[in-house]
Design a protein around this ligand. Structure first.
Ligand code: FUB
Length: 341
């Protein structure tokens, strides 16, 4: 695959491929699936891809989504229900354009939908909306979460009840424009441009019990190499790009993420949800399409990865969500998944 977000060509495997799994739904295009088990049922919170007729570019302007549909299924392999529009951009008071990858959480009878969208000045922030029903409809708060920026919220509740939000993405996700602590509108379009410096980290914030505000400062979710040194900007095969997720397995914290322009899903393991995390390897090879974005859940004693590719459209901005099993090896490593047979 090329390292160019504007390139929608298929993988070098070409068209004669057999996919590991099939799209979960074909009536609409869906991507960035954040899956959760609520009340024993699986709910998938994806982006809803549309063709807005916007040319592809490295900024991701062609990802011009305008609403969310939540999918649900009683079991893996079961019937998939599209629960209709759960939140529309027109009902988010502060939103400008581009409703990107969401996530959800549950606490004390309320479901929370976390979503990144550009404000009216074209700067990404993360908003929150609430509902009594996991499939919505959701009502958005009037303002974005104070102190939030960039994209791809992933919300993790630890076994002690504390909830954390991981967020951020470089390039079109704008994380590199916040290095100074303030948004730099004329900043880099890609990364820090400091090739030998530590790569820009994914961010992590503790959520207050209201689930709508950050509790204290936003921190770096640092990824270290096997020698304990932070991964560097130039290390495109291993450094964080976007699409983080957290799952806990055998008491360890598994920070998983996309490397973006090198199209890999990688994992790093730590002893705290705040990190640091030590890089362990690739756990999913590139899918068809430029972006790769996932979530991981456990249900009925098995682990699954939800992901997307472009099987239905062949176009990088019109994606379809999928699911397949994820296996942890006895030594705690994750078995490598190839999305093609
Ligand atoms: O869907 C828009 C963006 O593409 C997401 O926010 C990224 O993670 C990538 O999948």
């Amino acid at each position: 695959k090329t390292a160019n977000a504007g390139d929608s060509t298929k993988t070098d495997i070409g068209k004669k491929v057999k996919y590991l799994s099939e799209p979960l739904i074909s009536s609409i295009y869906t991507a960035d699936p954040s899956a959760h088990v609520f009340n024993g049922k699986i709910y998938i919170y994806p982006s809803h891809d549309i063709d807005a007729g916007i040319p592809e570019n490295d900024n991701g302007d062609h990802f011009a989504m305008k609403d969310y549909h939540i999918l649900s299924m009683d079991s893996i392999g079961g019937k998939v229900t599209d629960n209709g529009v759960a939140l529309d951009i027109k009902d988010i008071p502060w939103a400008g354009r581009q409703l990107w990858a969401p996530d959800a959480a549950f606490k004390s009878g309320t479901y929370y939908l976390y979503f990144p969208v550009k404000d009216k000045k074209d700067v990404f922030h993360i908003g929150v909306a609430t509902s009594a029903n996991p499939a919505g409809p959701f009502k958005a708060e009037p303002e974005p979460i104070a102190g939030s920026y960039s994209i791809d919220p992933a919300v993790f509740t630890d076994t002690d009840g504390k909830t954390y939000m991981y967020f951020g993405g470089i390039w079109g996700g704008q994380l590199q424009r916040w290095i100074s602590g303030k948004y730099e509108a004329d900043g880099s379009k890609t990364d820090s441009k400091q090739e030998d410096a530590p790569a820009i980290s994914c961010k992590v914030a503790l959520l207050k019990s209201d689930m709508k505000t950050f509790d204290g400062a936003v921190k770096d979710a640092v990824i270290l190499d096997s020698l304990g040194k932070p991964l560097l900007t130039k290390d495109h095969d291993r450094r964080f790009f976007e699409g983080s997720w957290m799952h806990k397995y055998n008491g360890k914290y598994y920070f998983t993420y996309s490397t973006g322009d090198t199209h890999l899903l990688c994992y790093a393991i730590g002893d705290s949800p705040l990190g640091p995390f030590t890089y362990k390897g690739v756990f999913m090879k590139p899918v068809e399409g430029w972006t790769t974005h996932h979530s991981i859940i456990e249900i009925k004693g098995k682990w699954y990865i939800f992901y997307h590719d472009t099987q239905l459209s062949g176009k990088t901005h019109l994606r379809n969500v999928k699911v397949t099993e994820l296996q942890h090896n006895a030594d705690g490593s994750i078995k490598l998944i190839d999305p093609f047979l």
